[in-house]
Write a protein that binds this ligand. Structure first.
Ligand code: CDP
Length: 229
């Protein structure tokens, strides 16, 4: 008999390896994976392209909120890779740029943006069988998720991971710039008024500073089996 499908929420700090963890778990158990951060990144890219946020982070909130109804974000799978689309255009690499990373937490702090994206995320989880990663998945989006994980690692460990990822993709940046971005986003995400980043009371905490991807995957699989069997 097939096990009942559940919702898995994986939250944590920026560049903590949540996405790698969530993507691999979803693929092993045959669930859909949703990267909620990609949705905030896509809205940020839309705002940048349409002059609704300046490089120093000043937002034309009224026009951005009005434009939300015109922003369609989706995911498509190509060659086994999940790609984020913005109004039909694949924007996967653009949304990972440092320019977007530098502004995304400002956009993500706007309550109307959060309400819009949280509603979309909840709709994606309607039929369960989903792994979603982000900042507020276990607290706000799916407070009743059957499995909740909160991932952390030191800022330096996280910045090294992100720096390697970006340079491997050919993006030019420095370790110092990435570390400063990680620390700044942690602060903005933790201190915003609307659904700030915090560990849900019933989440299992994992510090993966010294874990290999295989070790963290095994840990998640063990937790998943315990919950579903
Ligand atoms: O990849 P990384 O972990 O650095 O970040 P991300 O998951 O791509 O999320 C980018 C930004 O979106 C975060 O720094 C948050 O400001 C925001 N975010 C959020 O507020 N709520 C979520 N559920 C997911 C992301």
């Amino acid at each position: 008999m097939e096990n009942k499908k559940i919702i898995i929420a994986i939250d944590g700090y920026s560049s903590s390896g949540k996405s790698t963890m969530a993507r691999r778990l979803a693929s092993e158990i045959g669930y859909r994976y949703i990267d909620s951060g990609a949705m905030y990144r896509a809205v940020t890219l839309y705002a940048m392209r349409n002059g609704l946020i300046t490089p120093d982070g000043t937002v034309d909130k009224e026009h951005l909120v009005n434009a939300l109804k015109n922003i369609a974000i989706d995911f498509k799978v190509d060659d086994g890779k999940q790609l984020t689309t913005l109004n039909g255009e694949v924007v996967e690499s653009e949304i990972r740029s440092m320019d977007v990373s530098n502004l995304v937490s400002i956009i993500a702090a706007i309550p109307e943006v959060r309400h819009d994206l949280v509603a979309k995320q909840q709709a994606l989880g309607n039929s369960k069988g989903i792994v979603m990663d982000g900042r507020d998945i276990g607290t706000t989006v799916f407070p009743d998720a059957e499995m909740k994980i909160f991932v952390d690692a030191s800022p330096e460990t996280r910045a090294i991971r992100r720096y390697r990822e970006l340079t491997e993709k050919g993006q030019s940046t420095t370790f110092e710039e990435v570390l400063a971005n990680v620390v700044k986003r942690d602060h903005l995400d933790r201190t915003r008024e609307e659904s700030p980043l915090k560990c849900a009371d019933d989440a299992i905490k994992i510090d993966n500073s010294n874990m290999t991807p295989d070790e963290q995957n095994k840990l998640l699989m063990d937790i998943f089996r315990k919950i579903t069997c």
